[in-house]
Design a protein around this ligand. Sequence first.
Ligand code: HXC
Length: 508
Amino acid sequence: MKHILDELEQRRATARAGGGQKRIDAQHARGKLTARERLEILLDPGSFEEYDMFVEHRSNDFGMEKLKIPGDGVVTGWGTVNGRKVFVFAKDFTVFGGSLSETHAQKIIKIQDMAIRNRAPIIGLFDAGGARIQEGVAALGGYGEVFQRNVLASGVIPQISVIMGPCAGGDVYSPAMTDFIFMVRDRSYMFVTGPDVVKTVTNETVTSEELGGAKVHTTKSSIADAAYDNDVDALIEMRRLMDFLPGNNKEGAPEWPSFDDPERYDPSLDTLIPDNPNKPYDIKELILKTVDEGDFFEIQADFAKNIVVGFGRMEGRTVGFVANQPMVLAGVLDSDASRKAARFVRFCDCFEIPIVTFVDVPGFLPGTAQEYGGLIKHGAKLLFAYAEATVPKVTVITRKAFGGAYDVMASKHLRGDVNYAWPSAQIAVMGAKGAVEIIFRGADAEGIAAKTKEYEDHFLTPFVAAERGYIDEVIKPRSTRRRVARALAMLRGKRLENPWKKHDNIPL
Ligand code: HXC
């Protein structure tokens, strides 16, 4: 038996050595951890159960028959994050650049199937060069199977991708179908084709960072949801994110002990809104003063900053927050903001996470750039997302709620469950100046001023909407946390179903 056990240990040691010390050193020299080192940080100590450590590729082409490395470039299994089950795979860049062979794909597929069957989240750590070139169509077939499972898992279990090295081809398409993508600054890249191919095809000279670095994907393309300075920071933040997410679409949002009084008043919020309606203020202050312990996990903080989305907790239970940000473009809704918020709202709805919406929006952004860019379709995405969502929806209008944007932002008319307004709310078709110039065209300056005042007094309050019941209650800013917490507690047993359909046809 001793001999057999020794052999097992020796085989395990060989598999753990991956592509060899030289490549591990090169990985470290680039500021990257190895696949197993990453999993050690991501998962609770001692919780990782590894599978398929001895799997090798079956290729006999291009000299591959002599190059077999157990594990074949990906480490797979499951473990726990703060005691909750999660399935994982981590690409091993030291083995054939983490590229995907037929057998490498089978390892990932096995983990995807287990995650779906056991209804637990799956996290992929990516550091890989796409399809294993020596395997040709066998690798492409492998990717197809992975993609298919990404789609089947979508909306059933949370899927998270962390990009931790240069990623190309299938290693960007699979993440693109997951719920969230995170990157590591200065050492992770995402592109369908790398700089060399770009140069050949388009004669464009571009660096990896310019083509697909973390800055590009968090600020321009919106492919990535956040970026971190190094592997350790990224993995610690993934543990934090996992604490916000349900294990599946039936489990409901997780609940952690909270030490923050849900009845807590915050008198400083009474002075959050400036006297001048055109002056900005930071909506994140309201979010941070509302959530438990000021703990907010923001998604896409560097893209479409005119809307803020992310996870917080109320009475220990996860809530998705969506808030117009008056600090950026006066909080206007444009195509980017609409797409960003729509995707977030849909994630929350898939996974039964209640949505709290803070509204201060002057309307949709006018102009040819927006209209040519499809504002109608992109704005409709957010409208559609809120309208189809059946999770509890609590809305607080802090200041402006103008025009179509009033309807879109979880209004009563889109089945908002509890709709509050601060006394500073202004709910109208448009701002006073624009409105008066249209309905009193031709009036002199004095007439315009008088009519503007009349319009402001009459319409720019929450009370016209409150008189119709579109606003359930006008609340004091200081009591926002208490009112939202009570509304969410009341809505815990909410049951609402949309008519049966195969699936809807959201404008894409
Ligand atoms: C086989 C690969 C590989 C691949 C890298 N390697 N990519 N082996 N198939 N796709 C190997 C290298 O030969 C090398 O082996 C080791 O991994 C490290 O690669 P380097 O090039 O030395 O590293 P680096 O300079 O950091 O560059 C990383 C890289 C680059 C940017 C990922 O390797 C690259 O461009 N690879 C090819 C990317 C690509 O075009 N993939 C196919 C995409 S098509 P040694 O032995 O020297 O350590 C695809 C289809 C899916 O994925 C369909 C999607 C819809």
